[in-house]
Design a protein around this ligand. Structure first.
Ligand SMILES: Cc1cc2nc3c(=O)[nH]c(=O)nc-3n(C[C@H](O)[C@H](O)[C@H](O)COP(=O)(O)OP(=O)(O)OC[C@H]3O[C@@H](n4cnc5c(N)ncnc54)[C@H](O)[C@@H]3O)c2cc1C
Length: 426
């Protein structure tokens, strides 16, 4: 970390991907900037754990999605990063007491493709509706409905079809060797960051901004705010004056949904599933997990639990999500499989006070709220973070781009200010 400037021109709140990319762009433009981060580490929702397992485990974001449209994928290529490009496909599906045959698994894959196409088509129409209302009929509809929160972090009956339509999707999801969180860290060295520094108040009454933290009050001309919509909705940060009602409505329309991970490391002697395979496990209602095998071409699998069910398990207590995944493993591969499990760990993003969820989804009718959330307030408070991005929300590259765009808006405001002064002089 670099030295913390006492009178920065810009304060960035949050050292996740958006905050780091905003600060990097500002510093490159010669603008004195400080990042205030509540946690004891940087990275936010994109952080690599290198100690729990024998290989890196991304506790949050791990894939570079839509690689042809993803600037981080270009950067990873330029930097010679090790890239794991193998596609992920369903090999096993257990649905409410029944194991699909291999032909049925193929049909399940086909239904998944048709389902996203139907949701996208419906999302292009008005008025907006839920993804659940846009699902085509078919034998796999019930289980596939439970897989929606695995992508959107919100349940199918809560999520806007228009927001899905707006998302810029393209084929290709890559993993970066060493973990995506570690890659993002390496991309943003030397940023003056104050850790363990939760911002509790942002005052933009006078000129500039005044920020209250346990370490004291800091002033700056501009502020870039990158915290999640979960944190914004919680009231953990007081705004003086209060955020305009349109902003508050936008936050309300963009809840921070939930995707949790359970890391499961196997003895390499267990070879019943290989890199790129997915097993879906559905036991009724919204009880569902997906198990993805061979992360970073190792013997680490990740279980994904999302939406209401993920939240219920997280509330139930430590180990509940892991138990459900292990139950799924035993059901799909036989009771012996758990003998090969060396270690496990699970995330708890919905109760993490610094995120209060994993990533944002839009309620029906709320897809336009992302633009409102991104709007600058009084030419002083600039908003960034994944939720502000209409086409790349819920992603690491969206957060990265949002930080750069907020920095560009700060720079444009400064240019605008000097241009105005010049005109006044004339
Ligand atoms: C389980 C999971 C899996 C995911 N998978 C993928 C994936 O494979 N690919 C992908 O592209 N995306 C994925 N995502 C989404 C991606 O990780 C996020 O969209 C992205 O990391 C968000 O970055 P951000 O900078 O917008 O927010 P954050 O990373 O949340 O950054 C905000 C920062 O603000 C800090 N903060 C909060 N409150 C305060 C305060 N009061 N004062 C100061 N600081 C504060 C937080 O600690 C945090 O560091 C996943 C997310 C999760 C949780």
């Amino acid at each position: 970390m670099s030295k913390i400037p006492q009178n920065p021109e810009v304060i960035v709140v949050g050292a996740g991907t958006a905050g780091l990319s905003a600060a990097t762009a500002l510093l490159a433009a010669g603008i004195e900037t400080v990042v205030l981060e509540a946690a004891a580490h940087t990275g936010g929702r994109c952080v690599t754990d290198t100690t729990t397992f024998s290989a890196p485990f991304d506790r949050g974001g791990s894939w570079l999605h839509s690689v042809s449209l993803n600037p981080l994928a270009r950067l990873a290529e330029q930097r010679g990063a090790v890239l794991h490009k193998a596609p992920w496909l369903w090999s096993h599906v257990h649905t409410e007491g029944y194991d699909l045959t291999s032909d049925e698994v193929l049909a399940y894959r086909g239904y998944q493709e048709a389902m996203w196409l139907a949701i996208n088509n419906r999302g292009a129409e008005t008025p907006d509706t839920t993804t659940a209302a846009a699902m085509p009929d078919g034998p796999f509809k019930t289980s596939a409905t439970c897989s929606i929160p695995q992508m959107m972090a919100g349940d199918a009956d809560l999520v806007s079809a228009a927001d899905v339509y707006n998302y810029a999707d393209a084929k290709g999801d890559w993993l970066v060797g060493g973990g995506l969180g570690a890659f993002i860290q390496d991309l943003h060295p030397g940023i003056p960051t104050q850790l363990n520094c939760p911002v509790s108040k942002i005052d933009y009454n006078g000129t500039g901004v005044e920020v209250t933290t346990p370490q004291g009050v800091l002033k700056a001309k501009h502020l870039i705010l990158t915290v999640s919509t979960g944190v914004l909705a919680s009231g953990a940060i007081e705004f003086v004056p209060a955020l305009p009602i349109q902003k508050q409505d936008a936050v309300e329309m963009l809840p921070n949904g939930l995707l949790n991970k359970v890391g499961i490391e196997f003895d390499p002697a267990w070879c019943d599933a290989t890199q790129g395979q997915i097993a879906d496990y559905h036991t009724g209602d919204d009880a569902f997990c997906s198990l993805l095998f061979g992360f970073f071409e190792t013997s680490i699998a990740t279980g994904f639990l999302a939406g209401r069910f993920g939240e219920a398990l997280e509330k139930e207590g430590v180990g509940a999500a892991t138990d459900y995944c292990l139950q799924g493993l035993r059901t799909v591969f036989g009771n012996d499989v758990t003998k090969y499990v060396l270690r496990t760990d699970e995330t708890n993003w919905s109760t993490n006070a610094l995120t209060l969820g994993s990533y944002s989804y839009s309620k029906p009718g709320g897809a336009g709220a992302r633009k409102v959330l991104a709007e600058t307030l009084d030419e002083r408070i600039f908003f960034a973070g994944e939720a502000t991005m209409t086409e790349t929300y819920a992603t690491v590259h969206g957060a990265f781009l949002s930080g750069q765009q907020a920095a560009e808006r700060v720079i444009a405001t400064r240019v605008g200010a000097s241009a105005t002064l010049t005109r006044l002089k004339i």
